[in-house]
Design a protein around this ligand. Structure first.
Ligand SMILES: *Cc1c(COP(=O)(O)O)cnc(C)c1O
Length: 479
């Protein structure tokens, strides 16, 4: 038996590289990362090859390992030069992501030490770190200190967490579901619909509240709709307000919505996945007034705190509501229970074992401080205002409303032919070239282009180049 176990041990030990081998692997990985970072200013924002990544299949997962060089070559050719390049400063589509370097070092350390961040008993420090970050976020957006929440994998999971909490807090079960009413606008993010579906409240009435000329929820119409529904014997349950819609970056009138929600006893949820972090800068704070008074809110550090993908956050004003939805006991967890001064993420979220997400957020904030984040967010808002002003100066372009945050909608109005068709071709041409990446949407039935400025690497020169490329490409298509 000993002999057999020793044989297995000899093979299993390949999972534990020694210091020499670690050094070799580490230096190759670092060199790869450095080459990527050094080339990012020139790299395209998109690679349009439709068969990108296919060669991965030529190197199947096998019994024996391959060398790090070979693995990195596969990664380079099949992943890191394929599709969209979100860390590029010229990536201006959808909602750009982040990827600050210091966060990568946090992830590296989190993976090496693999601290258990789900329950306080598992690692009091890791849990304190996460809760400290949540309290910091709460302070920045005007939430009370005793609000609770956790770091999720992203905004969709955070929205789901909040909507389940709102469902339970208002007893939306069984017969109550088809009488319950959810109020949102046509610009609500599709993760809200997904969350309502997963939460089992699909059958609730979805009331699409009209928007004003800047695509913000019409508070008067909301008030009237709730009053009508109440009179009709329905149960107005949930208002989903946007602190920055994905489509246009518009911020709903949050302070007015709060008053309406309070008057009617309706849960107010704010989807701030894209926009809530703009509260860190003066331009944003002004627009987002009222956000801190909501019953629940989500915000995405992997969007506007510039972290790599895999970081969302949810905060719920009354922590008892979160416990009511997520605190579940199990016999095998009995050692980990106890009354501690800190909330354990596992007791207020759908997750148990999870990535130690706090470290990737704590390390950048500690190493560079908050000031550069505030400056970067102000810069993005001002770049959006600049683009909005400058694109109108280029013959043929027209814009949507003055941006609330950092999304600008615009389109080219051709002197003849179909405008939708023209703008579709313009978008396609830009996306195929890939030097800059912009995406499109439909507003009031019209095909329009969007510029979303939220990558930390996007600066004035990138916006100037984007303006030039747009002017040139539109001219070429117009002939
Ligand atoms: C991105 C986004 C979401 C979804 O967040 P993910 O992190 O992509 O899951 C939800 N709401 C809004 C307004 C968003 O912009």
């Amino acid at each position: 038996m000993h002999e057999e176990i020793s044989k297995l041990e000899a093979i299993a030990r390949r999972l534990e590289p020694d210091a020499n081998e670690r050094g070799r692997l580490q230096s190759q990985v670092t060199a790869y990362a450095e080459a990527y970072l050094e080339s990012i200013d020139d790299a395209p924002a998109r690679d349009a090859r439709p068969d990108g990544g296919r060669a991965l299949y030529d190197s199947p997962i096998g019994e024996e390992g391959i060398d790090i060089q070979e693995a990195l070559a596969l990664l380079h050719e099949n992943v890191d030069t394929v599709g969209l390049n979100p860390p590029s400063g010229r990536y201006l589509g959808y909602i750009p992501g982040g990827g600050v370097y210091h966060a990568a070092l946090g992830d590296y350390l989190a993976a090496i030490t693999n601290r258990y961040a789900g329950v306080y008993y598992g690692n009091p420090g890791a849990v304190r770190m996460e809760n400290m970050l949540l309290r910091w976020m709460a302070g920045e957006i005007g939430y009370p200190k005793d609000a609770a929440g956790h770091l999720a994998s992203g905004g969709s999971m955070a929205n789901l967490t909040a909507i389940v909490t709102a469902r339970d807090a208002h007893g939306i079960v069984g017969d109550a579901i088809p009488r319950a009413v959810v109020y949102l606008t046509e610009h609500a993010h599709h993760s809200i619909k997904k969350a309502l579906h997963i939460a089992g409240v699909d059958q609730a009435i979805h009331r699409t509240v009209p928007v004003d000329e800047r695509y913000r929820m019409d508070a008067t119409a909301l008030d009237a709709a709730i009053a009508r529904d109440r009179k009709a014997g329905l149960q107005p349950w949930l208002i989903v307000a946007a602190a920055g819609t994905t489509n246009t970056g518009s911020v709903d009138p949050l302070a007015d919505i709060r008053q309406i929600a309070t008057a009617h006893g309706v849960w107010m949820h704010v989807d701030g996945a894209y926009g809530a972090f703009f509260a860190l800068c003066p331009e944003g704070r002004e627009v987002l007034r009222g956000m801190g008074e909501s019953d629940s809110i989500i915000m995405d550090p992997h969007k506007t705190l510039f972290l790599p993908y895999g970081a969302g956050a949810v905060l719920v004003r009354n922590r008892r509501d979160l416990f009511a939805s997520y605190d579940v006991e199990a016999d095998y967890m009995q050692d980990a229970r106890g009354s501690y001064e800190e909330v354990s993420p596992a007791d207020i979220s759908p997750e148990l074992s999870r990535h130690f997400r706090g470290l990737r957020m704590w390390l950048p904030l500690k190493l560079v401080g908050v000031r550069p984040f505030r400056a970067a967010l102000s810069e993005k808002i001002q770049l959006a205002r600049y683009f909005h002003q400058e694109i109108q100066r280029i013959d043929g372009f027209e814009t949507g409303p003055h941006p609330d945050l950092s999304v600008v909608v615009y389109r080219y109005r051709p002197s003849r032919g179909d405008a939708d068709e023209f703008n579709r071709r313009l978008t396609q041409r830009l996306q195929d070239e890939g030097r800059i990446f912009v995406s499109s949407t439909r507003i009031e039935g019209q095909f329009v282009l969007r510029l979303a400025i939220s990558c930390f690497r996007t600066h004035l020169a990138d916006i100037d180049e984007t303006l030039d490329v747009l002017a040139r490409t539109a001219r070429e298509i117009a002939g």
